[in-house]
Structure formats: C-alpha cells, structure tokens
Design a protein around this ligand. Sequence first.
Ligand code: PLP
Length: 418
Amino acid sequence: MNTLKDVDPEIYAAIHDEVKRQRTHIELIASENYCSNAVMQAQGSIMTNKYAEGYPDKRWYAGCGEIDIAEKLAVQRAKDIFGAEHVNVQPHSGSSSNMAVLFSSLSPGNKILSMDLSHGGHLTHGFKKNFSGQLYEKITYGVSEKTGYIDYDKVRKLAKESMPHMIIAGASAYPRELDFAEFKKIADEVGALLLADVAHIAGLIVAGLHQDPVPLADFVTTSTHKTLRGPRGGIIMCKSKYATKIDQQIFPGIQGGPLMHVIAAKAVAFKEAKTQEFKDAQVQTLKNTNKLCSELQSKDYTIVSGGTDNHLFLIDLSNKNISGTEAQVTLEKAGIILNRNMIPFDKRTANDPSGIRMGTPSVTTRGMKEPEMLKIADWIDLALKAHEDDSKLKTIKSEIVAFCATYPLYKDLTDFDD
Ligand code: PLP
C-alpha cells in the first residue's frame, strides 16, 4: 500500500488503523465477517474501471469480454451453491436486491406482510422512513410474547385478514430457524408472492444447516457479506419465470453500471462457499453461538426466546440495570464490538433499547472455538458488571488485545504490522 500511503496519507492512516482495530478487537456483530484475501484481491482489482451496463453477451459498452467471464462465473457459482433457477449478481447491496424485487412485482399502495422491525425485521421490509414503507402498505407479524418464536398461526390470521400481495420471510435479529415451508403454505393460501430474505443466514443455507427457501419462494434475496463471507453486496435468486423482470428491474430499473470488481469478488466467495472449510466454519459458527449463548444464560443473562438455532442471539438486559446502548459503549471500551438492539415488546426506544445482539461468524472465521466462547462470555460479564469502572475496562481490554494476537487476522497484510 505504499502508493496509497504517498498519495493519500490520511486515507492510508484510516485503513491502517482499521486493520489494527479489526485485529485487536473481538467482533460479535452478527452481520459482519472477515472475507478472504482472495475476495479482497478481486475486489481491489482493475475491474473497477470497466463500464458494463447490461448483462453478459448483451452489454451497452465494448470491451466486456473479460468482464463477462467474471459475471458468468459469479452467476453459475451462485446457481450451483444455492440450486437457484435464475440469479442476478448485480445488486449493489441487500437493500437494493429487496428494492428490485418489490419494484418488479408490486404497485404503490400494495400490501406487504412482513416482520416487525422491533421483532427482528429489516428496514427494507416496510419501515416507514424506508422506500418500502413509503410506497407500500405494511402489515406486520412478530414473535409470541410468551415464547419469542414467530407465531405462525398469527401470521396466517393476519394474511387472511389483509390479503397481502407479498409476504416477506426474513429477519436481521431473529435467533430461531425460519419455517419457510409454513410461510409458503400461508402465501399460497392467500395468493401472495413469497420473498425470502436470507441476508443473515445465507451461509448456513449453503452449508445445509438451515431450512432452504430457494425451492419454495418466488424470490430469494441475500447480502453477500454476512455468513456468506463475501464482499459487501447483494444477489437476487428467482424462479425462471421472473428472470426477465428481475434483470430489467436491476438494470435499467434501479442501477446503472454494475460494480464489476465486486461481482468478481462475489464469484470468488461463491467458489469458497463450496469448500469443506466453508462448511466446517458454518458448523462451528452454530456450535460457537450456542456455547456463548448458554454460557451467558448460565450467568443470569436473559436470552430472547431462551436460546438460538442460528448464528446470533439477543440478550434482554432489563434485569441488569444497564441499557443496550450503555452495554454497547461499555463493551467497546473493553475491546468487544457488538450492537444494541430492540427486543420484542421492548419498553425502551430504538436509540436506547433494552437489548444487545451478538453473533459469532467473525470470531469463528478467526479460528475460535467453544473454549474461546467461554472466555468471551467471562469478559462480557466482567465488563458489564464493571460498566462504571473505566480502569477495570482498560484491564479487560489489554487482556483481549493479547488474546486477539493469538488469532492473527490478515497475516498477509504485513504493511500494517506496526
Ligand atoms: N435484509 C436483511 C434481513 C438484513 O439483515 C440486511 C442488512 O443488515 C439487509 C437486508 C440489507 O443489506 P445491506 O446492508 O447490504 O443493504
């Protein structure tokens, strides 16, 4: 990175310090991961220079032969790992994937039945300040107050009452397995389209560790950078009958030139997702999440729904005399990164909710296993108990820095070793 250092020392310094931050902190944000060097090399490549509006063999610009190779590989590999009939790899993000699906199939004023944001849903599923909430009428389902699981009887009842045009199954903060087969039955009973948004759980699905919506749903969207461990971006999968309208909705509907360097990096990630190493990492993610969750539960932390089936869980801090925001700030001081989160039926606000969310994809990619989860649970507990004691938090942080050094991250980035 010497050229960057010379040309733009400020940006170089920010990247330098970010490498250091990632290396020295325990990363528990459930939607994050560490992509491979190979993914980063493709993403940092000269493919960023190329305009390629259109699709392989049907571009609006000359000189797209090599670009076409990359996009065809990305599409073929995505079809292969997900078993999808059609894949569009051009969406810039998970959000633009959802935007394209909604625009392709709904008219303003149509009804969407989706998960309540405060119960774990996503902004693009109908939040009032998001395009989805401004254009469509949203009806929300949620979890049962008693169990923390999605109440499918209630989903069916709401569907029958409201007769939505589309049902969205998917979430950003739901720790239990989604029953896509039940969603499909409900959608069929009311004649609704089904969109499965698997942004969080895509890696688990590819590894065969979560119910697979691809054979069932009309549309499946995902971001590519969470459990899937690729570059930041999105893809859309759909039945062949929707292929043309999805492709046209992405380009020219909502996007111009595709980010070809990112598409090349997606292709690399999809190749990696076929390996045994990737599958083993997904299995370990489930084991690690379970261990971290049960250990914190044994330390008297209240776990929403009583546990987890996937890569994340939520803690309700109501019995701990600390808010989600205070917990997030405290843990960052101690070297642990996670996010505050609303919990279902939260009595507090989104800005300062009662919960925190944590997941283990990143620490698993880093090579940590169950014994390390026990250590992390101890540090979380110690730090939260010491939230008013900065010197104690500093001590924990120094222990965590030493611990992180034993799980080296991006060893090849030697420029940043100082
Ligand atoms: N859908 C779900 C369920 C998500 O959790 C997210 C991101 O957190 C998205 C969509 C949006 O992805 P992106 O941040 O790439 O726009």
